[in-house]
Ligand binder design. Structure first.
Ligand code: HEC
Length: 286
């Protein structure tokens, strides 16, 4: 389906030419010296930003949004259950505004869940997806974007232009934020990195990529903005949980298990820090 869409072809061509200029993030993360390199604005960042703006007007993420909407509205599980029974925190079946109000406490499971975790939970519970299958391929690749990623994209899009408002009322929500803050600052691994090593100061960058200072509200929104994101180098959707796993890899930590408490806590920390800012919806990431 993808190849038939001219927007995607344009995206692919532009990506190719962009990739020729940009050094893509390599499989291996750069050595510590570079991680700590001070900012030096190069044309490439500005060039990418311009290019991203143009593409977002006709964002290929919409394809996945549409697929997710179809699953949410029409797919039935064994016994005829549907996602209309899924409570994302604002009542059964309410999607509008739900994405920007997670992570949150869910009394039915006695857990704080981020959006991705809650959506997978509902797809297993109501639509009969098997959690072990989802865990086999939690993230998209160029072969396949799993259904739950499309549903996440749909749900996220229903919070477009709404303010991020992750609640901090329940004791467990407050605890998740606190744990997330600790994980963010926790140094370990072969280079003694923490998230804060790369994302705790202003103006850091790795190669062509600016590293947001995620401790600051105005930049913490980058943990949110544009996610889930359509990855131009590959042509598929990636979620926040993917981003987290990839950063644990950057940090030379073992990759966390999919849908783990520590990721929910990290997302709670970064989301609450970004509270009050407007979420612009699924975006485009290189
Ligand atoms: C070795 C440096 C390094 C470490 C350590 C690191 N990251 Fe990252 N992080 C990156 C790079 C590189 C990117 C990609 C930036 C880009 O695409 O422009 C990134 C991107 C991100 C983004 C998305 C920003 C955006 O603009 O979309 C988030 C959120 C994030 N990291 C969070 C974390 C968290 C949480 C940790 C700790 C678990 C962490 N990072 C550890 C290097 C690092």
């Amino acid at each position: 389906m993808k190849q038939r869409l001219s927007t995607l072809m344009v995206a692919a061509v532009m990506t190719a030419s962009f990739a020729a200029h940009a050094q893509q993030p390599a499989k291996k993360a750069p050595p510590p010296a570079k991680a700590a390199a001070p900012a030096k604005k190069e044309g490439i960042t500005a060039e990418f930003e311009k290019f991203r703006e143009v593409l977002e007007e006709d964002n290929p993420a919409e394809l996945f949004e549409a697929k997710g909407e179809d699953i949410w509205k029409n797919k039935k599980g064994p016994g005829g259950a549907t996602m209309a029974q899924c409570d994302l925190g604002l009542g059964a079946g309410v999607v509008k505004g739900a994405y920007v109000q997670m992570p949150r406490w869910f009394a039915d499971v006695g857990q704080v869940m981020d959006a991705e975790r809650r959506i997978v939970h509902c797809m297993v519970k109501y639509l009969g997806y098997k959690e072990e299958d989802i865990r086999k391929q939690p993230f998209s690749n160029d072969q396949r974007t799993p259904d739950h990623v499309s549903v996440i994209t749909y749900v996220a899009a229903q919070s477009r232009n709404l303010k991020i408002a992750a609640p901090q009322k329940h004791a467990k929500e407050i605890e998740a934020y606190r744990i997330g803050k600790e994980i963010f600052a926790y140094r370990a691994g072969p280079y003694d990195f923490s998230c804060a090593t790369c994302h705790g100061d202003d103006g850091k960058r790795i190669r062509t990529q600016d590293l947001p200072n995620l401790r600051k509200p105005a930049e913490a929104v980058k943990a949110y903005q544009g996610w889930p994101g359509y990855r131009m180098t590959g042509g598929f959707m990636l979620t926040q949980q993917w981003r987290m796993n990839d950063c644990f890899r950057q940090q030379r930590f073992p990759e966390p298990t999919y849908l783990s408490d520590s990721i929910t806590a990290l997302l709670a920390y970064m989301t609450v820090t970004a509270n009050g800012q407007v979420y612009k919806g699924p975006g485009i990431k290189r």
